[in-house]
Design a protein around this ligand. Structure first.
Ligand code: SF4
Length: 246
């Protein structure tokens, strides 16, 4: 992690680049980021459609410095493990897999049951916190920058996503969203044109894929994130990975 003085300086110097970088395309953004932050930059992948595009771009730019991590919550779909395995074999790169703390999971399940997420929003958030957010914080604490597959038109909570941001929820490290201005069609055109492996659940009506108990297929025309935590009424549905301190 950057120390405070260095970090402040770094952010100041970065701030001069923000507007210019915003005009650049995904490959240039990634190229700039990997040059600037490697080896302390990694891509947070859940192996969704956007993620396979980002991985492909990073490998093209600099395979040696392509770092990918994933959060294995213990509740993922078999199809997610299948595409993860295919990606690893195709690119011959290691995938840093982070698991939740087993003592935290054991206590949570003992006290609330295995499917606590359906009982209340607070229990759902507790599960996300323990299975996703804590492992994420563990790795982000070692990085100067992280890359995501966020796109502005995925949901209104992501509409203001910038290509390069300071992540105020995570020690002000740099957050890079190279596909921020991509559309869903652009993502799928890239996947098809380049023959990339992708999660088979996308063919079954899942545009957004998370944990098995909390994701379901949607109907054509529905909000792309509406299959996540569908039993909750709150429209601001995120798991905590991309919440920003206000
Ligand atoms: S998405 Fe569901 S199963 Fe996964 S961590 Fe969150 S509440 Fe738990």
């Amino acid at each position: 992690m950057l120390n405070h003085d260095k970090q402040t300086n770094s952010i100041k110097s970065l701030s001069m680049d923000f507007d210019e970088l915003e005009k650049k395309d995904a490959k240039d953004i990634l190229s700039w980021s990997m040059k600037k932050f490697s080896p302390k930059i990694a891509f947070a992948s859940s192996f969704g459609a956007e993620d396979v595009v980002v991985i492909d771009l990073m490998v093209q730019i600099d395979k040696k410095n392509t770092r990918i991590f994933t959060l294995d919550t213990g509740r993922l779909n078999p199809e997610t493990y299948e595409v993860m395995d295919r990606i690893q074999k195709k690119y011959q790169i290691p995938i840093e897999t982070l698991f939740p703390d087993h003592l935290e999971v054991e206590k949570m399940v003992y006290e609330n049951g295995i499917n606590l997420m359906y009982q209340s929003v607070s229990n759902r958030k507790l599960c996300c916190e323990i299975r996703k957010v804590h492992p994420l914080k563990r790795i982000l604490g070692t990085l100067d920058a992280w890359v995501t597959g966020l796109r502005r038109d995925q949901t209104f909570t992501r509409a203001n996503t910038k290509k390069i941001e300071i992540d105020s929820s995570n020690n002000d490290i740099v957050k890079i969203n190279p596909l921020a201005d991509w559309t869903n069609d652009m993502v799928w055109d890239y996947i098809k044109q380049n023959g990339l492996p992708y999660n088979k659940l996308h063919d079954a009506g899942y545009p957004s894929i998370g944990c098995a108990p909390c994701t379901r297929a949607i109907l054509s025309g529905d909000d792309l994130r509406s299959g996540r935590w569908w039993w909750e009424n709150d429209l601001h549905k995120e798991c905590g990975l991309h919440w920003t301190k206000k």
